[in-house]
Design a protein around this ligand. Structure first.
Ligand code: HDD
Length: 712
């Protein structure tokens, strides 16, 4: 509690703040002044002068030299010259959306944070998703961690939950972050590779730093190639603290669980998409919002009472560890819906500034040394990225809560502060703005008074020293297919490492301590001897498996918002197309009719059928499933069309649901594909039903061995 007495006048908590809470909507509307629309407006200079000619520079005669006095041209070119700002050192490639958060109920027993107490309140949010390694123009579907940064504009100030789609991190102490980032970023001599970790400096570093073992395993898993941004889980990673109105603290870990389920691409698909549609993830996010398939997540927390802090086999402060959900289940708090695309990429997505240090009363930090370092780094980076300390005034960063204080001036100051006193205490301006004492609700922020009694040391706690038991737990929790993907990913990445001693070190000193089968399989693929034992003694986790870690258990169970390609040519059975479209629509899925070209086709009964795109224009990697309706002529044409044949083959190899009319059996024979749980032949309702059920399973995993034998 503050020991300073506020100068005479009512406390802000009792007066203006309550009023502001009621006026949140009015404030949101006031942000509207920053959204500009030029419709119906004259073209003008930045200083308001109407422009009569935007085509020609002022010249001395039509063929003469340009004149320096052309203030219109000079203003335009000067502004253009400075259009780019430094991209983020990490997480440069991102995409974002607006939405809201609402709490399911009053969680005041846990926290006094207002946005988690009032179920009638919709708190605006802005969420930016990102890859980590690549620059702004890099591909969306590379193997990488995804950033999951949420800005909640609460009545009590902005709360930024700056997390990732994986629940742990590569390093335990922030002082190692520059080393880690230098190692993973493109190599300094040739700036290769763009958007990937398959190179020597990354594997050199992680093979020398065993604390990275668990997180590297996650990045070699399917989690690093998410199907879409709306099918990713999000995590706050660090242990945070909730503080309730009585000042009681509780440790929490934040989780975002997606309504559309958690699922991934397959590796070949991810690589192809990186070329065929660099914008695959941002396009999906954008389109799903435009189509009304609003991405949605449930926010939950794992709750650990303070007295249980030391009850685990790992340290709650160690960011390379999860709390298995089987030990502490996730308690749902509320939901977040993204329902509006930004108006302007630069003004919003590029200029948004997240800082883990942006918290509100009711939430506090833990002593996780990675989190502690982050509290410094983010504000510092915004100063150079956004050009000064006033980045909070950029519309996307403005809190909806008032933010009066004595901070003044500096570059890009936009607010015109009235009053004489830019210091506190003051008597000239009636003492305003004043401190607000901490209170059970609506009070000023007060740091949780954790007792600290220690020596100053540069040391890593002994409780942070186990780097492998949870990596083994993760590997053991994977399905057969997921394990195979992990083995393939290590083999692929290490196969690109030029120095054999780095490959060998990763296999012998890291993988062998996680799982000997994993190590030997990767060793065999690299032509290295298989290790027979690990290099350190690891006390295994007492939990053998954590089913919550396998994506096989995290599907939504329906096919809402899934995309199905219907391949047609002249002579297609138009009624069959309509029946499938109707069935898919009823399930909330989206069908697109794809022809040999973008031109309409003629159905068997002579009707004209519009097509959405050509098969070449929207390749199979852009879809979840493919259907080939009947019609003898259509099948005949598709059977002789290399693009259509490749379409089916590729969907088959990527383990997607495929439905083919009985008329189309010849197509399967031509491709030598066999029916299976997801490759269905038939035209009746029961085939459509089975097709829908196969899409809901996301992939036909049992097909994987057969699919591998088919040419790429
Ligand atoms: Fe970080 C950006 C997530 C550790 C320093 N980080 C950044 C973003 C995300 C994360 C999602 C992009 C935000 C946006 O969309 O604008 N970072 C994490 C997570 C970490 C983590 C989940 C560990 C649990 N980061 C971390 C450390 C440091 C940084 C330890 C420095 C000591 N991170 C930065 C940064 C960035 C950043 C350099 C680049 C751009 C920015 O901050 O705004 O300051």
């Amino acid at each position: 509690m503050s020991n300073k007495t506020p100068p005479a006048g009512k406390s802000e908590a009792a007066g203006t703040d309550t009023l502001d809470r009621q006026n949140t909507n009015a404030k949101l509307e006031s942000l509207e002044q920053f959204r500009a629309d030029g419709t119906g407006q004259a073209l003008r200079t930045n200083h308001g002068v109407k422009i009569s000619d935007n085509q020609n520079t002022l010249k001395a005669g039509p063929r003469g030299p340009s004149l320096l006095e052309d203030f219109i041209m000079r203003e335009k070119i000067t502004h253009f010259d400075h259009e780019r700002i430094p991209e983020r050192i990490v997480h440069a490639r991102g995409t974002a959306a607006h939405g809201f958060f609402e709490t399911y109920e009053d969680h005041s027993a846990l926290t006094k944070a207002g946005f988690l107490r009032d179920p009638s309140k919709k708190t605006p949010v802005f969420v930016r998703f990102s890859t980590v390694q690549g620059p702004r123009g890099s591909g969306d579907t590379v193997r990488d961690v995804r950033g999951f940064a949420v800005k909640l504009y609460t009545d009590e100030g902005n709360f930024d939950l700056v997390g990732n789609n994986m629940p742990i991190f590569f390093i335990q102490d922030a002082i190692k972050f520059p080393d880690f980032v230098h190692a993973v970023k493109p190599e300094p001599h040739n700036e290769i590779p763009t958007g990937g970790s398959a190179h020597d400096t990354f594997w050199d570093f992680v093979s020398l730093v065993p604390e990275s073992a668990h997180m590297v395993l996650w990045t070699m898993s399917d989690r690093a190639i998410p199907k879409s941004l709306r099918t990713m889980q999000g995590f706050g990673i660090h242990t945070f603290r909730f503080v309730n109105g009585e000042g009681k603290g509780t440790f929490v870990k934040f989780h975002w669980k997606p309504k559309f389920g958690t699922c991934s691409l397959v590796w070949d698909e991810a690589q192809k998409l990186a070329g065929k549609d660099t914008d695959f993830h941002r396009r999906d996010l954008w389109e799903s919002i435009e189509m009304g398939d609003y991405p949605e997540w449930e926010l939950g927390v794992q709750i650990v009472p303070e007295e249980d802090e030391h009850k685990f086999e790992f340290d709650l402060l160690d960011p390379t560890k999860i709390i298995p959900e089987e030990l502490v289940p996730v308690t749902p708090l509320g939901r977040m819906v993204l329902d509006r695309n930004p108006d302007n990429y630069f003004a919003e997505t590029e200029q948004v500034a997240f800082c883990p240090g942006h918290i509100v009363p009711g939430i506090d930090f833990s002593n996780d040394p990675l989190l502690q370092g982050r509290l410094f780094s983010y504000t510092d980076t915004q100063i150079s990225r956004l050009g000064g300390p006033n980045f909070h005034e950029i519309p996307i960063n403005r809190p909806i809560a008032p933010n009066h204080n004595g901070q003044r001036d500096a570059q890009h100051r936009t607010r015109i502060d009235k009053g004489r006193a830019s210091y506190e205490p003051n008597s000239i301006d009636g003492g305003w703005p004043k401190e607000t004492p901490s209170a059970p609700i609506d009070g000023g922020f007060e740091t949780y008074p954790e007792r600290v009694d220690a020596h100053k040391v540069r040391e890593r706690s002994e409780s942070f020293s186990d780097h492998f038991s949870q990596a083994t737990l993760f590997f053991n929790s994977m399905s057969h297919a997921e394990k195979e993907h992990i083995i393939a990913a290590y083999s692929f990445e290490l196969g690109k490492v030029e120095r054999e001693y780095i490959r060998a070190r990763q296999v012998n000193e890291i993988l062998a301590n996680i799982d000997l089968e994993l190590a030997s399989r990767v060793a065999a693929n690299l032509g290295l001897p298989a290790p027979t034992k690990g290099t350190v003694s690891v006390k295994p986790s007492s939990l053998k498996e954590s089913p919550a870690l396998s994506q096989m258990n995290l599907l939504s169970g329906d096919i809402k918002s899934r995309k199905v390609a219907i391949l047609v040519a002249n002579g297609v059975d138009g009624k069959a197309v309509a029946a499938l479209q109707k069935a898919l629509k009823a399930e909330g899925a989206h069908a697109k009719v794809l022809g040999p070209t973008s031109a309409p086709v003629k159905t068997a009964d002579g009707q004209t059928l519009a097509v959405d795109a050509s098969q070449e224009g929207l390749p199979s990697v852009a879809f979840d499933a493919v259907w080939v309706p009947g019609g003898a002529d259509s099948i005949k044409a598709l059977s002789a069309d290399g693009v259509a044949l490749h379409y089916l083959l590729e969907a088959y190899k990527h383990l997607k649901a495929i439905g083919i009319s009985k008329d189309g059996k010849a197509l399967l024979e031509a491709l030598r594909l066999k029916e299976d749980a997801g490759l269905l032949v038939g035209d009746d309702d029961s085939t459509i039903k089975a097709f829908i059920a196969a899409i809901a399973k996301h992939r036909v995993w049992d097909r994987e061995p057969a699919a591998k034998a088919i040419p790429a």
